[in-house]
Design a protein around this ligand. Structure first.
Ligand code: NDP
Ligand code: 2IT
Length: 448
């Protein structure tokens, strides 16, 4: 056992050496590899076939120039990425992130996580991720359109419903997917809805995809609470961010009887002890594309805390839904001290390793991103199913499917954790359960 763990440690050292400077990727790999010791004892064939080494190396990485002109006619250059990580279970699937912080290490951490997340959904999708260091904030619609068209002019040749199917992530929502879909159609002369997900409802999109990540994460937390004979009823909740995932997390929390008292953006925190007015947040963020600070213009009783730390506010349930490493060890300790009993990650890898350890040691219900936020990509796979059959399902039918998928993911993670002697540890459950299915498919496909 110790000998096997040493081998995995060697594999991790090799990842560090082969991918210098990609700290987020290192963090995501370590979290998975740390769980695999007991797995390779049961499955020595994974070591023989070098499954772990192969899983850590993307099948294909594409990096390209994205030139475009701003409204003043000035030429701008960004960098585009698509990392096609693993296609054992289906076509590469995963979102595109447009944010100035994007570099290869971020896209690789997201693509790596996506492999196991997509496996957990039980649907036929491989793992990939892409994006650009383009910053959509403050850009006009026309600028965003020109950027998306240039981005797709390179990316289109790598996509296809059976090859690689991107969707949204930070900075990429319905507007951006629309511009990219239009350019793909124009270049290829094919109306191929299955090439992107998160499309508009009149041109191949699925009902519930917009809500899916937030709703799914909340369903997951609801299952964790149920497993402890508890519920959202009467719970005070924090949801960081105020984008797509945050908004629909807040909506479902309220539907399930909880009260969300704070959300945020990268400038500050809104604290409304009466419970957040979600219609106003949707108006500010989805319609007007403004800052969350504007909330206090209508609700004078609410507090705006510039540069505030949302995790300092006492709560029972915390759902980080903004970005990676937004909860550090100190924040995790504060949450636990203030009585937080459940954390469900809408964002990808929002808790640092120190924070994760604090949650696990405190034995609170902690749902890691690759399990808790899998509802978004799962509903993307449902969108692909509808596109393939030229069908469109009702809201109720699709939401029920999403809820069933989240209940299943929760059960699989819960049971896997028990099987491997770590009851209640959803990190271990998610990593092992997600990994085994991919590893078995890789063994079956031979050395490729
Ligand atoms: P959006 O772009 O809609 O919203 C992002 C929100 O997070 C904004 O409020 C933004 O604030 C805040 N934020 C982003 N980056 C930072 C940062 N570096 N520091 C502080 N705040 C930040 O993105 P989504 O809601 O789609 O994504 C949120 C998270 O959920 C991400 O981690 C994403 O990977 C994950 N996710 C998304 C899925 C989806 O379907 N969209 C599926 C699964 C996971 P500001 O406007 O100030 O930048
Ligand atoms: O991180 C994620 O799972 C997403 N951004 C959604 C990916 C998708 O293909 O719907």
């Amino acid at each position: 056992m110790a000998k096997v763990d040493m081998k995995i440690e060697g594999m991790y050292q090799e990842v560090l050496k082969r991918n210098p400077g990609e700290t987020e990727f290192h963090q995501a790999v370590l979290e998975v590899l740390e769980c695999l010791g007991p797995v390779v004892v049961k499955h020595p064939e994974y070591l023989e076939r070098k499954i772990i080494e192969r899983i850590c190396e993307p099948e294909r990485q594409i990096i390209f120039r994205v030139p475009w002109q701003d409204d003043k006619g000035i030429v701008q250059i960004n960098r585009g990425f698509r990392v096609e990580f693993n296609s054992s279970l289906g076509p590469y699937k995963g979102g595109l992130r447009f944010h100035p912080s994007v570099y290869l290490g971020i896209i690789k951490f997201l693509g790596f996580e996506q492999i196991f997340k997509n496996s957990l959904t039980g649907l036929p999708i491989g793992g990939g991720k892409g994006g650009s260091d383009f910053d959509p904030k403050g850009k006009s619609d026309d600028e965003v359109m020109r950027f998306c068209q240039s981005f797709m002019t390179e990316l289109y040749r790598h996509l296809g419903e059976h090859t690689d199917v991107p969707a949204g992530d930070i900075g990429v929502g319905g507007r951006e997917i629309g511009y990219m879909f239009g350019q793909y159609k124009r270049i290829t002369n094919r109306y191929e809805p299955g090439v992107l997900t998160g499309k508009g409802l009149t041109w191949g999109g699925s009902l519930v995809r917009t809500e899916a990540t937030g709703y799914g994460a909340t369903f997951f937390v609801n299952e964790m609470l149920k497993a402890r004979n508890d519920s959202f009823e009467g719970k005070k909740c924090l949801v960081s961010g105020s984008g797509n995932v945050a908004i629909y997390t807040i909506e479902k929390i309220h539907q399930l009887g909880g009260t969300c008292i704070a959300c945020s953006d990268s400038n500050g925190v809104i604290y409304d002890e009466k419970g957040l007015d979600l219609d106003l947040i949707k108006q500010i963020k989805e319609v007007e594309r403004r800052r969350i600070e504007d909330y206090t213009k209508k609700h004078k009783h609410a507090k705006y805390i510039a540069n505030g730390n949302i995790w300092d506010i006492p709560c029972q349930v915390a759902m980080p839904s903004a970005t990676q490493n937004e909860i550090n060890g100190k924040d995790a300790a504060t949450l636990v001290k203030n009585g937080c009993i459940a954390v469900g990650e809408g964002a990808n890898m929002p808790t640092t390793p120190e924070g994760v350890k604090i949650f696990l040691d405190a034995k609170i219900a902690y749902g890691p991103g690759k399990a808790a936020n899998a509802g978004g990509v799962a509903t993307s796979a449902l969108e692909m199913q509808q596109n393939a059959s030229r069908d469109s399902w009702s809201f109720e039918y699709t939401e029920k499917k999403l809820e069933d998928i989240m209940i299943n993911i929760h059960r699989n993670c819960f049971e896997t954790a028990e099987e491997y002697g770590a009851p209640g540890n959803y990190v271990l459950g998610a990593n092992i359960c997600g990994f085994i299915k991919v590893a078995n498919a890789m063994v079956a496909h031979g050395l490729i």
